[in-house]
Design a protein around this ligand. Sequence first.
Ligand SMILES: Cc1ncc(COP(=O)(O)O)c(C=O)c1O
Length: 429
Amino acid sequence: MAEPILPTLLPDTASCSDAGTSVGGVDLEELAETYGTPLFVYDEATLRARAREAARVFDDGVAFATKSFLCGAVARLALEEGLCLDVATGGELDLVIRAGVPASRVVLHGNNKSEEELARAVSLGVRRIVVDNFTEIARLATLVDADRPVDCVVRVTPGIEAHTHEFVRTGQEDTKFGFSVAAGDARRAIDILRAIPGVRVRGVHAHIGSQVFDLAPFAELVDVLVEFTRADDFDELCVGGGLGVAYVAGERAPSITQWGEALRRRVHEAGLDPRVRLLAEPGRAIVAQAAVTIYRVGAIKPLARRTYVAVDGGMSDNPRPVLYGSGYEAFDVARPLAPRDRPVRLVGKHCESGDVVVDEGWLPSDTAVGDLVATPVTGAYGYAMASNYNRVPRPAVVVVADGRARLVLRRETFDDLARLEVGGGAVSG
Ligand SMILES: Cc1ncc(COP(=O)(O)O)c(C=O)c1O
């Protein structure tokens, strides 16, 4: 038996009552009727509040990590709230530029930037290129021009093990990302870059991992970065993203403000020149809790150990349970206050036993076929990692605010999927 869904797992403006569930003043059942299911519903107020928090607690240049969720509307929102945008590929770069984000607010990441990606970033004049490896330095050297210098930061590997899933851990020595501080590669990279006319090294960057709850590894990171750059005349130091969020009851995560203030205290204690900007690039902490996904129940199969509740989405709209074993909660949209007294495994519609949305969840025992079920905290790395596995079209995304919903990404259609076929799908001719 589980308590009704915790309000702290829902977007800031969510309201649960005997009449149902609303977000941003919009009833979720009405949204499902209008836009269909599965449906991602983002609360604009939560997005803006988290973005504003990040802009307030860090210095100018703090970026939203767009890999966590990217569409034009969210890119513009982050920009409006004072954030830069961190992109990790040419595709993300292209989208934010199309959305009207000035290149001067874009930071380019990537451990394997192609010549085309680097050339586009250089010609657009992005704010920073985060240089990751020696091959990239050689590539960059052929593209820069002393008359139009490019601002870079060097991604370093600080040798810190964040306590999180190994697939999202990046600060340890054995990683594909960045230059090792301990092995001397980071210092060598800075020296080589400084010798290239047309490159300005503005600082260092590190990212220890994602979904990190404990502030201690971030403090350790600050110590490593401050010590490493003590003799450099750098303008900025970026601690990356990675702040964790609570997905299920019982989990507790620091707020963005607590995170930023703890980092600020630590840079002060470590004796960093106050002129040096303290930057970060949170993704999950800005978008995760802002969204819920609404599904419709299509089949229910009671077994001795548990009841399987199958919904009309699954691993194609939320691959995190399959990838990382991530936990989520579920609730009945029409009756969010009803006791959740039936243990369920919420599964998707894909041809895969691993297609699990909520491995060990609870729903009211009378939740039935045709009812709407929602999973909260699905704003990060859900739609962003969505696929068309089993040729399932991607869901629609709406943003809600002040009693109104705005469609920002329409639902994919079979026609969208078919348009990639060359020659109409004919085998010959
Ligand atoms: C370099 C870098 N910065 C920022 C982020 C964002 O992390 P998070 O969404 O956990 O804040 C990531 C995520 O993998 C990353 O690799």
